[in-house]
Design a protein around this ligand. Structure first.
Ligand code: SF4
Length: 302
């Protein structure tokens, strides 16, 4: 059940009304497949690592309940993140079920867990809906990528990106956004790697600012109601993930609906057990990651 909120939920430390999002329509439903990962990256915003169970493996039965409810609510897309989704032993059957209903997207490090199961992934091309893989390539520089992800993992991810594309799947990449970067130049620097992998030079590149580890408490400006209307347009407010998506998270044996993909470390963002109830809950922008959405338009969606 959602936590009973205190005043700190509704008001800033200066007593001003906090900014909020009143969710609109459920366009995209995310599933957290579990925080277990084959890699141990020091910057991971989920603090995922081998054997980690802060967020438990989602099962097919768990996923079916929410896929069915989301379809009834008119969802347009399912997305999956971890951890590394392909470490979850139930994941391919979950994906197979979800693809029977709507297009899907998977965020993956595209290393051994996916490569080793490629023969089981390939037939998913014949499902009635499309499947896109977003592969993490943190920097257009194998050495920098491998410094955090482990020797040889840039090359493995690039190889898998090409294999997925040749098998007919959609592909995109996720990279790190550096402070005061030249974003166009940073994107262009991937061109030689895309050429080597045989993927189009114009595939989507999603950029993420520093989001910090779970339970981190970085100092960021607080977002008030006034900020939301003074500095953002209605279209910008509508683009917040918590407006049109939700995420399913399994902890202590139970699934819950969280406000978005970025707040699973704070039980105040647990909006209950059903999507219908969660979509009626106003989301207060108190989490430090809400500032990334406000200032940089951070979003996991494509
Ligand atoms: S982190 Fe972003 S998407 Fe999530 S609740 Fe905050 S503003 Fe909304």
């Amino acid at each position: 059940m959602p936590t009973k909120h205190d005043n700190n939920w509704l008001f800033s430390s200066k007593g001003e009304k906090r900014g909020y999002i009143q969710p609109n329509l459920l366009d995209e439903l995310w599933f957290h497949t579990g925080t277990s990962c084959n890699l141990r990256c020091p910057f991971c915003l989920e603090d995922s690592k081998p054997g980690d169970d802060r967020i438990e493996f989602l099962t097919l039965a768990d996923a079916k309940t929410y896929i069915d409810e989301a379809v009834e609510l008119g969802v347009n897309k399912f997305s999956f993140t971890g951890g590394e989704p392909f470490v979850n032993p139930h994941f391919i059957s979950i994906l197979d079920y979800a693809l029977s209903y709507k297009p899907c997207q998977v965020l993956t490090n595209a290393t051994a867990p996916l490569m080793n199961q490629f023969a089981k992934v390939k037939p998913l091309i014949d499902k009635p809906n499309s499947l896109n893989f977003r592969v993490s390539l943190d920097y257009p520089d194998p050495q920098k990528h491998d410094a955090a992800r482990g020797e040889g993992n840039f090359a493995k991810a690039l190889e898998t990106l090409g294999q997925l594309y040749r098998a007919g799947f959609g592909v995109s990449i996720a990279r790190k956004m550096l402070a005061e970067e030249d974003s166009i130049a940073a994107d262009k620097a991937y061109a030689p790697y895309f050429l080597a992998a045989g993927v189009p030079l114009d595939i989507t590149i999603i950029k993420f600012p520093e989001l910090h580890k779970p339970k981190a408490t970085p100092e960021v400006p607080e977002i008030t109601e006034n900020c939301m209307t003074t500095y953002l347009t209605a279209a910008q407010r509508e683009a917040f993930m918590c407006n049109n998506s939700k995420m399913i998270v399994k902890q202590n044996g139970d699934c819950a609906v969280y406000a978005c993909t970025l707040t699973d470390d704070d039980s105040d963002y647990n909006l209950g057990r059903t999507l219908k109830a969660a979509m009626s809950e106003r989301v207060m922008l108190r989490h430090h990651r809400c500032y990334s959405c406000f200032a940089f338009g951070a979003s996991c969606s494509e």
